[in-house]
Design a protein around this ligand. Structure first.
Ligand code: UT7
Length: 323
């Protein structure tokens, strides 16, 4: 028998303020048409003033716990994937822990920017299969609206805020690709490309800073690296493109999503797409898409899912799991 990390709950939270592309036309030299055609984004949610990453993460977590049918003290650990924690420290995860009323276990953040959720899943899986935790809450939550330069049309129209969460639980599997749960993880980073996507502030500058991105350079890396990591993870899981029920990609750009699916040999009918409604929510985009895909009735128990993401670092990776 093999220990598997099985999804028993999923949930999400989106702030109520929805901003359409046309809202940027008044202040920037941009158009709804440019944003739609270059990125696939039509609208995004922005947090209200005072609404924080940990609050959104907590709301998503409560929904996931409800679906799992467990309380906060049934969890052994919380991992929050975020680059926009409320404060430099403590971690957003400890804030979520306290807001949920969890009085035991441990909580920490994972910071791998847009790849954060696949990194967090990899870490949660390692805790579970090594026997260090039986139930882990994995949250992706971001308020990228707080690190936008609103005068930079090449970045500020692309990002949004939100949160998603999964509950993972240790269950015995037979050891094959028919098992439910995480079947394979593949993670990479290459700091040589750190200047392509970064925030120009932090502890060393004494400022929060703003996101800076050479979008077309990131784009160039994205499709190739995403298809490669997805294929590696699928090979490790012992599955092929024909076995995949859903690709649930990081939602940065519809053209990257389409290019990667094509390279993977998976038709777009089997890709969960939310980028039009959420924009790029960084580490929150995959759990948001999983939760929305589940709520839409697309993702069902037993489905084989491939998630993949790339972002600042560069950091990238993929996870293959059976729902
Ligand atoms: O999630 C983390 C990883 N990030 C990503 O995956 C993002 C990857 N990159 C992208 O999604 C795309 O590169 C963008 C959507 C950011 C840009 O699309 P692109 O087709 O690569 O355009 P570009 O950056 O090559 O820019 C084309 C033109 C430029 O004008 P010139 O130099 O050709 O005159 C830009 O100045 O589009 C211009 N431009 C805009 N025009 C209208 C850039 N932003 C805008 C805008 N409205 N908002």
């Amino acid at each position: 028998m093999t220990l598997r990390s099985v999804v028993t709950g999923v949930g999400h939270y989106l702030p109520s303020r929805v901003v359409p592309n046309s809202a940027f036309e008044a202040t920037l030299d941009t158009t709804d048409e440019w944003i739609r055609s270059r990125s696939g984004i039509e609208r995004r949610h922005f947090a209200e003033k005072g609404e924080t990453t940990s609050q959104m993460g907590t709301a998503a977590a409560q929904n996931a716990l409800e679906m799992a049918g467990i309380g906060p003290d049934d969890l052994d650990a919380i991992i929050v994937a975020t680059s926009t924690a409320d404060l430099t420290f403590p971690s957003a995860a400890t804030m979520v822990q306290s807001a949920l009323g969890m009085t035991r276990g441990f909580a920490f953040d994972v910071q791998a920017v847009c790849a954060g959720f696949v990194y967090a899943l990899g870490n949660a899986n390692a805790l579970i299969v090594s026997g260090q935790a039986r139930r882990v809450l994995v949250v992706g939550a971001e308020t990228f609206s707080r690190i936008m330069d609103w005068t930079d049309r090449s970045t500020c129209v692309l990002f949004g805020d939100g949160a998603g969460a999964l509950v993972l639980e240790a269950q015995e599997g037979a050891g094959g690709s028919d098992d439910r749960g995480i079947l394979a993880v593949d993670l990479h980073s290459d700091g040589a490309h750190r200047d392509l996507l970064y925030v120009d502030g932090g502890v060393s500058t004494g400022t929060t800073g703003y996101l800076r991105m050479q979008g077309n350079q990131v784009f160039r890396h994205a499709v190739e690296k995403l298809a490669q990591t997805a294929e590696t993870a699928m090979e490790r899981a012992g599955v092929g493109a024909g076995d995949v029920d859903w690709v649930v990609p990081h939602q940065a750009n519809i053209r990257i999503i389409q290019g990667t699916a094509k390279k993977m040999g998976v038709p777009m009918e089997r890709v969960v797409v939310t980028v039009q409604d959420h924009g790029n929510t960084s580490a929150a985009s995959i759990p948001l898409a999983l939760s929305v895909g589940h709520a839409r009735g697309q993702i069902k128990r037993g489905d084989l899912i491939v998630t993949e993401a790339i972002g600042g670092g560069l950091a990238w990776g993929a996870v293959v799991l059976r729902w």
